[in-house]
Design a protein around this ligand. Structure first.
Ligand SMILES: Nc1nc2c(ncn2[C@@H]2O[C@H](COP(=O)(O)OP(=O)(O)O)[C@@H](O)[C@H]2O)c(=O)[nH]1
Ligand SMILES: [Mg+2]
Length: 354
């Protein structure tokens, strides 16, 4: 049934200290619950999603109270986390030894989705930085292209030089203006189903069809997306347009229908809490961040137990233990939900015919 690694991991589970992060992992996720909203009659396009959602338009903005830059902190942390070198080592070990429990699959494919500027590329780059042992800035971060090109790119996270982890992150790069550059819901669903080849350039004029060059007609389990990660910028939560919430919920319904679990990351936390900007280990005592987590949950239609905050390496030159721990915890969180997909979709063993 399980690979030796997974069996070993499962056997190890109870030995883990209970004080570590509890994301409610392996609890029954609510991702397949029927959504508490009715689908719009026009499901064809996800206008402006993944395009440049400009948060300044106040009239259109979500009516959420503004997040204050500096807020008093709670005395007690609202989530537990060990900020030690030892915990970082353990997390690195867990992440680098992870392999999907479906034997023929070498890596969990995780699609990162969110508005432009939310920190998708930075997150991928930051995770790679942790394993490289130094900050690596990928050219894709903050890249602005004047063309309206959106390209599917996959990144194998390497745990050592030349050694891939069991995690592949997929990013759809691109930068454009307003509604024209949004991907269609059909395109996103095609990516998740595994029909779209790496490097595919999306075009609104030419939506993906079975005639698209490189189109994968019958994707294998390995070619599908196994988990979706939504990115939300904490500093923009109060000003994201109202339509974003409907877009997220529509996407979540479609993705849940495909049996793919979803989690979310809250980025730019340093911009909403000065104490956390100065010391990331303050993250779980910050009321501003807790407040933003609740708002992100409302925006996504998702329980906050699926959401974790991260501080991406943006302008830093050096790694920081606490930022590394937060990033690795996020990866661990993602992998647990990706693994649920494998548990749900394990090929049934053929019955022996005697
Ligand atoms: N302060 C801060 N800046 C961030 C964070 N994450 C990303 N950024 C910056 O936000 C900008 C957009 O990030 P990028 O990764 O390109 O976003 P993407 O469009 O979603 O891929 C870049 O200038 C990043 O350096 C974060 O956690 N904190
Ligand atoms: Mg990007």
């Amino acid at each position: 049934m399980y690979t030796p690694q997974v069996r070993e991991k499962m056997a190890d589970k109870p030995k883990e200290k209970p004080s570590l992060f509890n994301f409610g992992a392996f609890a029954t996720p609510n991702t397949c619950e029927p959504p508490a909203f009715t689908l719009n009659a026009k499901p064809a396009t996800v206008s402006s999603f993944l395009s440049d959602i400009i948060p300044e338009k106040k009239s259109n903005a979500l009516k959420l109270p503004a997040v204050r830059a500096v807020q008093p902190t709670f005395g007690l942390p609202w989530r537990n986390m060990e900020w030690t070198e030892e915990h970082k080592k353990n997390l690195m070990k867990t992440v680098s030894s992870y392999r999907p429990s479906c034997e023929m699959i070498t890596g969990a494919q995780v699609l990162v989705l969110g508005p432009v500027g939310s920190g998708k590329s930075s997150f991928i780059s930051s995770v790679q930085s942790v394993f490289h042992g130094r900050v690596v800035n990928r050219a894709m971060v903050g890249s602005i292209s004047t063309s309206f090109t959106k390209k599917l790119q996959t990144f194998n996270i390497q745990v050592k030089k030349g050694e891939d982890s069991g995690l592949v992150m997929c990013d759809i790069n691109g930068f454009g203006d307003g509604d024209i550059t949004g991907l269609t819901l059909h395109d996103i669903v095609s990516v998740i189903k595994g029909h779209i080849p790496n490097g595919h350039k999306f075009s609104l004029e030419q939506p993906v069809t079975s005639e698209t060059v490189g189109y994968v007609k019958t994707p294998s389990l390995a070619e599908k997306i196994h988990c979706v990660v939504f990115m939300v910028d904490a500093s923009k939560i109060a000003t994201y347009p109202k339509s974003l919430s409907a877009t997220f919920r529509m996407l979540r319904e479609q993705i849940s229908n495909l049996g793919v679990h979803q989690v979310a990351l809250l980025t730019h936390i340093d911009q909403i809490c000065a104490a956390t900007a100065a010391d990331v280990s303050q993250v779980y005592t910050s009321s501003a961040i807790r407040d933003a987590m609740n708002k992100a949950g409302a925006l996504l239609g998702m329980s906050t137990s699926y959401i974790v905050p991260v501080k991406n390496y943006s302008s830093e030159l050096d790694l920081d233990l606490k930022k590394d721990i937060l990033l690795l915890s996020a990866v661990d969180h993602i992998l647990q939900y990706a693994e649920l997909f494998f548990q749900d979709n394990k090929p049934k063993k053929k019955q022996m015919i005697l």
